[in-house]
Design a binder for this molecule. Structure first.
Ligand code: FEO
Ligand code: CA
Ligand code: CA
Ligand code: CA
Length: 598
């Protein structure tokens, strides 16, 4: 049911083989160089990275964070209509930390406050002003006013319907307008007005709530009852900035404890990289879930803004946001993300689909909520409980929605569904057609009529898996050139080529035929797919962007050596020898100076 325009006849390179090399493999005729590894100094006093990981928390806050993820390149002149390919702001997420690698002695218990502070500082976002030198190498512009680290402790504001709500009142912000930090920033997005969006994914694991009955805003998202994943709430000596990760009811009122702290996470956060003093804004109208990222449909003057975001957990949903106010280039800004309608997807068996409004004033939604015996005090309460609202609406439970990508010409939307081994044969549906789906698939849809439409047509673009895996109804049968599993990162370049990045678990990499995690590129028309890059041992390949001339590609390598102990590193990339593994960006160029992907 889906039509696309032809992409250029790219993919002229020879596909590389799956492999288990502790390094970067790219096709013949291409080169790859590591850049901006964890610990690279980018701001403040520019403290050098110490190879034994003995940098302090304060130093970490002036260096690249850990576990690079989603990323965007803003040409330095983009705000004045330019498209520089030799200078810009590279902005990226730091999803989480590997304490065995982050600290010389690994994580200590009880947690020393200095270690916890370093872990918070290694999370968040980096804004790095970079430029291409005369010899073609990229470097950090030292002392640039744009260079900035945003961490798990940076003050932020809540914006949109949830701002000021009783359920976001904390001891830190008795009026419910502010919070500290952003955590588990996975994929990303960028707005048509040139700002960066970072997505809070598995934030729930950072908190604990030992109340005998957890509130639904915590329970439905998986906040634990004992300790957070890094035991931050136990930091010694104790301080408010760490104790906030204990969201148990401890005092007489919400303004005296942190019972509502988790409600200030789970949002898309807007950052203006060109204003280093700007306060990041958590855009609550976009819903609260394990946001993997956000991708915008092509904007049209005078039409509403449309964006898509997936909730990466088994049997969760795909969402669409439509702004209330139309988009106009001259006035566009964050206000368009504060007022709109959030929809959730239902994929019907006949290839049609419906966007179901999660709106307390929508009669159909209100009737379904009443039938389910669920009450919401206001629209902010709906947004705080987005997953519950989507359950009520009758959305389709998906096989872990990760990244979305919008075709630059056709506005067709592609989404990775990375895997879902929980799906039983009885739970299979047309959009999630495989039980025990260990290898994942990519779905796509096209809106019916305008982009703001509440109906769409969908089909399955590919089923991932071993050599011989066929996608029904298409000519696609995977071969040794392109077999893969657990597609996650997804991005269209300006030529309409679809870049697919994989995030297989350690056991899927070591037991299967797929080698290390990889990046492939697909022509969406012919469904020709070739493996383009293989990452180092125990890494994930996630995050990709090019300069506007498409001659420099940036790819992020996350958690190389993620099975490392304190004394035994399972990867030594990128520094080699016996060095500790470091997440890093890789810069890819074509040796003949041509476009990437040709
Ligand atoms: Fe952080 Fe869903 O990947
Ligand atoms: Ca991901
Ligand atoms: Ca993943
Ligand atoms: Ca990851």
């Amino acid at each position: 049911p889906v039509s696309v325009i032809p992409a250029p006849a790219f993919l002229g390179f020879a596909a590389i083989s799956a492999n288990r090399v502790d390094g970067i493999t790219v096709p013949a005729g291409y080169s790859a160089k590591p850049f901006l590894a964890w610990g690279t100094p980018i701001t403040g006093t520019y403290p050098n990275f110490l190879a034994d990981a003995s940098n302090t928390a304060a130093e970490q806050a002036m260096q690249m964070g850990m576990n690079h993820d989603g990323m965007h390149f803003f040409p330095i002149d983009v705000r004045s209509g330019g498209n520089s390919s030799s200078e810009g702001l590279l902005v990226m997420n730091h999803e989480y930390v590997e304490p065995n690698v982050l600290h010389p002695q690994g994580p200590l218990l009880p947690r020393p406050a200095e270690q916890v502070a370093k872990e918070l500082a290694a999370h968040g976002v980096s804004v790095v002003h970079i430029e291409k030198a005369a010899n073609g190498d990229w470097r950090v512009v030292s002392n640039s006013p744009f260079n900035r680290r945003i961490t798990g402790e940076t003050p932020m504001e809540l914006a949109g319907p949830v701002r000021g709500h009783a359920k976001v009142v904390t001891k830190y912000s008795p009026d419910g307008s502010r919070t500290r930090g952003t955590l588990n920033n996975c994929a990303h997005g960028y707005t048509p007005w040139g700002t960066y969006l970072t997505a809070e994914e598995n934030w729930a694991g950072y908190f604990m709530n030992s109340d005998s009955t957890q509130v639904r805003e915590h329970r439905r998202y998986g906040v634990g009852s004992s300790n957070g994943r890094y035991f931050w709430e136990t930091a010694t000596p104790a301080a408010d900035r760490y104790q906030r990760f204990n969201a148990s009811t401890l005092a007489a009122s919400a303004a005296e404890d942190y019972r509502n702290e988790p409600n200030t996470f789970g949002w898309i956060v807007e950052i203006d990289p060109f204003n280093p003093d700007s306060v990041p804004q958590k855009r609550t109208a976009l819903g609260r879930f394990a946001h993997e990222g956000i991708v915008f449909a092509k904007v049209t003057e005078g039409e509403p803004l449309v964006a898509y975001s997936g909730d990466d957990a088994r049997d969760e949903y795909i969402y669409k946001y439509v702004s209330k106010q139309p988009y106009f280039r001259n006035t566009a800004g964050g206000h368009l993300l504060n007022d709109g309608t959030l929809y959730v997807a239902r994929f019907n068996a006949d290839g049609s689909g419906d966007w179901l409004a999660l709106d307390i004033n929508n009669p159909e939604f209100a009737a379904k909520a009443a039938l389910a015996g669920v009450s919401f005090s206001d629209q902010a309460d709906v947004l705080l409980n987005t997953r519950l609202a989507a359950d009520i609406a009758g959305a389709t439970k998906m096989d872990r929605p990760e990244w979305g990508a919008v075709h630059p010409e056709t506005s067709e939307v592609y989404f990775t569904l990375t895997n879902n081994t929980n799906r039983t044969a009885a739970q299979v549906d047309a959009a999630n057609p495989r039980a025990n789906n260990a290898t994942g698939h990519i779905i796509r849809w096209k809106e019916r009529g305008t982009l703001a439409s509440s109906q769409f047509n969908w089909d399955i673009f590919l089923l991932a898996g071993d050599v011989g895996t066929a996608t029904p109804g298409t000519n696609l049968v995977l071969t040794a050139d392109n077999h893969h599993a657990s597609p996650d990162g997804l991005w269209f370049d300006d030529n309409g080529l679809l870049w697919i990045q994989t995030d297989m678990s350690g056991s899927q990499q070591s037991s299967g035929p797929y080698g290390n995690n990889a990046m492939l590129v697909a022509d969406p028309v012919s469904r020709q797919i070739k493996r383009f890059l293989v990452g180092p041992t125990d890494c994930e390949v996630t995050g990709v962007i090019m300069t506007p001339d498409q001659r420099t590609m940036f790819v992020n390598i996350q958690h190389p050596g993620d099975r490392s102990s304190v004394t035994n590193f399972t990867s030594n990339w990128p520094d080699g020898g016996n060095s500790r593994p470091r997440s890093a960006t890789v810069i890819i160029t074509k040796d003949d100076g041509g476009m990437i992907g040709t």
